[in-house]
Design a protein around this ligand. Sequence first.
Ligand SMILES: Cc1cc2nc3c(=O)[nH]c(=O)nc-3n(C[C@H](O)[C@H](O)[C@H](O)COP(=O)(O)O)c2cc1C
Length: 363
Amino acid sequence: MKIGNVTLPSPFVVAPMAGMTDTAFRRLVKRHGGCGLVVTEMVSSEGLVRGIDRTLEYAEYTEEERPVSIQIFGGDPEKMAAAARVVETMGADIVDVNMGCPVPKIAKHNAGCSLMREPEHAATVIEAMVKAVKIPVTVKMRAGWNDGERNAPELAKRVQDAGAAAVTIHGRTAQQSYTGLADWDLVARVSQELSIPVLGSGDCIDPQQVIDRLHAGVSGVLVGRGVLRNPWILAQAADIAAGDPPRTITMRARGEFLLDYLELLLNERVDEAAGFRHVAPGTTDHDASAPDRGSRIASDGSRVARGREKWVINKIRALCSWYSKGLDAGSHLRIRVNSAQSIAELREIVDEFFVLASPAVPV
Ligand SMILES: Cc1cc2nc3c(=O)[nH]c(=O)nc-3n(C[C@H](O)[C@H](O)[C@H](O)COP(=O)(O)O)c2cc1C
């Protein structure tokens, strides 16, 4: 599949998920295979342009993740165009516009899903961005604002005319938030009506569902919560697409994923080669300005991350609230992880739950 001039090695995509799909997580998913594109957590256009937002690091990515799409939000055409230029300068493959976020903090600023309520203005935003950059500009939207305004078909056409290279539709309205079910019939219909690739998003929890959705007539499928529950879901979907049975994932492998994620988070920015991390201009140098984000020399002479423990523990807790779903005694794991006070304790819990308890049981 191609989006503009960017070839995706597979039609399966890690959906953007604020707070969850950071660069460490995306790298690990990518390593397991099947993944054609990753999208960053959404980042503010205003912040990117001014170079002073606390959340600029959401735009970070590493070479290993390519092709990479950076998702931005905002409602001002000029600022969105300028932010797209920043994204292009960062070397990203694609710039994606968030027209799906229903959170009032975002939507009230003429951004996120509220752009769907102003189709003409939304098209102006896309037009300005397309003029400003050579990389493909894509849009991620919902079915509409509410049941009375399910205008994804109309808006998708408008942004196509404005120069968008692809559209993703999460088949729920903003009002639905995450309740009910995604309307994949609507997604497939829009896909038929447009000449650019249309990707769908919503409710793929097992790899066969990803394949079924693809066959229902879209160019690609984004998987969000399903990847948080099972980071191998894209690799398993690729297995099925290749005519093979989906690979089995042992409990041990699942435990190792959590431990690998923990290590990557803990060692972020510690001894990284120059250029390893593509960052937005103005991203704070944490080593200099925030001592709790830097590194120190341990008593044995090794360099270790310091002060990040609390942040890492919270990240692991957040992932485990999804990761534990559908596992035997998953709630037990959640409770233990939520009460862990140290990284050492977390490692012990993961070892006990995934590795020692049932070393060879596939899930
Ligand atoms: C925790 C969380 C954070 C999300 N953050 C974003 C975001 O930053 N940008 C975006 O376009 N969609 C975001 N979404 C929506 C997902 O990308 C996806 O469209 C939606 O969850 C439906 O797909 P799923 O059922 O596979 O999760 C988020 C969803 C979740 C659950």
